[in-house]
Ligand binder design. Structure first.
Ligand SMILES: [Zn+2]
Length: 188
């Protein structure tokens, strides 16, 4: 089930990080419950994140709080709210702990990064995730961050048009049929 589980991967990095929780029905569940889960997720992101070795319980316990900070700011952005100060401070501190400079790649849109300071791989991973979050929320896509409020989804995504309400048409269909079912059960 790994492929289906991570099927939305390939979005902006910060969004992929935030989407490591997922709704079953209306309740959020954790998708990173073991080092193996984290390794599988990291393998999908290997083109843009260096995978620390080992991927162990200690790394999971570093990753999850970072993911929660990312979730906090992206959900606030999706709600059109100001960013929560404690999460902003945490993300900035993570980025500062292992800063990188952006370098030109070989074609437009291709970016390389170069580490400014030495850092252990776990600190680098957390900093790269923080930097990706900063890039997203300070760039032109910041106002396109949205939350899909469908049952069984609850994923963050980038709106392709201003009035887009669901991350994909299936979510819209599911949300409408769920509401219809709830209205019917409310009448009985
Ligand atoms: Zn959705």
């Amino acid at each position: 089930m790994t492929v289906a589980r991570w099927s939305w991967l390939g979005d902006r990095l910060a969004i992929d990080v935030a989407n490591t929780v997922r709704r079953r029905g209306w309740r959020y569940v954790e998708l990173i419950t073991s080092p193996e889960d984290l390794r599988t997720w990291l393998e999908h992101e290997r083109n843009r994140l260096a995978i620390p070795a080992p991927v162990d319980a200690a790394l999971v316990s570093r990753f999850l709080p970072v993911r929660d900070h990312v979730l906090g700011v992206l959900r606030a952005a999706a709600a059109g709210e100001g960013l929560p100060a404690a999460e902003v401070r945490a993300i900035n501190e993570l980025a500062i702990a292992a800063p990188t400079v952006r370098l030109l790649g070989s074609r437009p849109g291709h970016q390389l990064t170069w580490p400014v300071t030495a850092a252990d791989p776990a600190t680098r991973l957390c900093a790269d995730i923080a930097a990706a979050t900063i890039d997203l929320l300070t760039g032109s896509d910041a106002t396109a961050v949205a939350l899909c409020d469908a049952p069984g989804c609850g994923q963050l995504y980038l709106r392709g048009r201003p009035n887009q309400q669901w991350c994909n048409p299936h979510c819209g269909t599911r949300a409408r049929s769920q509401r219809h079912a709830e209205r019917l059960s409310g009448q009985t």
